[in-house]
Design a protein around this ligand. Structure first.
Ligand code: FES
Ligand SMILES: [Fe+2]
Length: 423
């Protein structure tokens, strides 16, 4: 299979960054040139991007139209049972090859001039290639093999399909590292996901502000009053943060704390941790042990823009796609599993109200990035400060830390090739 490298944008010149991971310049959320460089060096670079679920491509001919960064991508299952991914872009004059987000097809015919591609992305027919009555048509030297959308590398882990436009990306498991792989395996291993629903949410902020939010375990029980009011997640609970060695990926987790006391630090610091609200139907909080352990929350991110989430029994994947300097598309897919009982399925459906664009918990995450984007207007030369829990990007048993946010910037700065200033 032909695989071509994506464009390798040059590193940004004239943009220096303090060497310490505790400072993030605000221009990185505001600059068009930064976004263009990200699309080239990060999304088209030597990284794995989440494409879709293998469960969405169960049958031969099934396809899924998705994205890597801004780039439209088609993922298919061919009759040989294998998965293929290629640009969703006609090799003739660039129209989308497939318009539907999901479907089943024998092949793909572009609507514009009817060039046809097989399920592996090879061009197989050109309408009127020989012209009519000996006139018109393509020149005799036109070679279909030389024209086709670029093909991507693909890799599947526990039903998650990843793709890369780069030949230089390491194998997926090596890219993720053992600890991240183990946590994906914990949630998805040995079972087959079923899609319960999908949402697309548009965020009024730069994509990296959402990534920061996902990796920020410090905010969860402060911003999200629902968590603390109903005792779902407090920083005083047993839990921890795993940061991959390169900083790129993370897991934040917490578990039922059987030794929890009332003295959890929230009241003393006058942190709003209770609202007067009560649930008329508290049954939405009754869950079951997701995989037979005590962990009730596991948020996992894969650089650059993938999230796997377990909040109680609300299991979902999220795909983060930049669509402008201050606009981000967030695709949610809610999951159950083929071996769920009917009662478990009902719990998942009720608890799906915790997440998504209007979720009791994640509603705030949909607007906080916008508050930051608006707050930093006119302050491109200023810096955010990330000193909570030190200055390193390492794993810790405390979640009162910004270690995994620093990890993102560590990986991002390396990928973007920024010059680091001396401290
Ligand atoms: S653009 Fe697709 S056939 Fe012309
Ligand atoms: Fe949040």
């Amino acid at each position: 299979m032909d695989r071509l490298d994506g464009p390798q944008a040059e590193p940004l010149s004239g943009r220096a960054w303090p060497a310490s991971l505790t400072q993030v310049p605000y221009w990185v959320f505001q600059d068009e040139a930064v976004l263009r460089t990200e699309l080239g060096r990060v999304f088209h670079g030597p990284y794995w991007s989440y494409l879709c679920l293998e469960a969405e491509l169960a049958e031969p001919g099934d396809f899924c139209a998705t994205f890597i960064g801004d780039q439209p991508v088609l993922v298919t299952r061919d009759v040989d049972g294998e998965l293929y991914a290629f640009e969703n872009r006609c090799a003739h004059r660039g129209a989308l090859i497939a318009m539907a987000e999901h479907g089943n097809a024998k092949d793909f015919t572009c609507v514009y001039h009817a060039w046809t591609y097989n399920l592996q992305g090879d061009l197989t027919a050109v309408a009127f290639q020989d012209g009519i009555g000996g006139a018109g048509g393509m020149p005799p030297e036109f070679c279909m093999e030389r024209h086709g959308p670029r093909k991507l590398r693909t890799a599947v882990l526990n039903g998650l399909v990843f793709g890369s436009l780069s030949n230089d990306v390491p194998p997926l498991q090596e890219y993720l590292g053992d600890e991240i792989v183990a946590r994906i395996e914990r949630l998805l291993g040995g079972r087959t996901p079923v899609v319960l629903g999908r949402f697309t949410q548009e965020l009024p902020n730069n994509w990296k502000l959402y990534v920061e939010n996902v990796k920020d375990s410090y905010h969860a029980s402060i911003l999200h009053l629902f968590f603390t009011t109903f005792g779902i997640n407090k920083l005083s609970q047993r839990g921890g943060i795993i940061v991959s060695e390169d900083g790129a990926h993370h897991v934040s987790w917490s578990a039922i704390d059987r030794s929890a006391t009332e003295d959890d630090g929230y009241r003393d610091q006058k942190i709003r941790s209770e609202s007067e609200y009560r649930l008329r139907d508290p049954s939405m909080l009754d869950g079951f042990s997701e995989v037979g352990d005590d962990t009730t929350l596991q948020i996992l991110s894969v650089f650059p823009g993938f999230v796997l989430q377990q909040i109680q029994n609300a299991v979902a994947v999220r795909q983060i796609l930049p669509i402008g300097v201050d606009r981000t598309r967030l695709n949610w897919t809610y999951l159950g599993f083929t071996d769920d009982t009917e009662a478990q399925r009902l719990v998942r459906l009720k608890q799906s109200n915790l997440v998504g664009p209007a979720g009791y918990v994640s509603m705030e995450d949909g607007c906080i990035g916008g508050f930051v984007q608006r707050g930093i207007a006119g302050a491109g030369d200023e810096f955010a400060t990330l000193q909570m829990g030190g200055s390193e990007a390492v794993s810790s048993s405390s979640r009162v830390t910004e270690a995994s946010v620093r990890g993102f910037w560590k990986a991002y700065r390396a990928g973007m090739g920024f010059t680091l200033e001396d401290a």
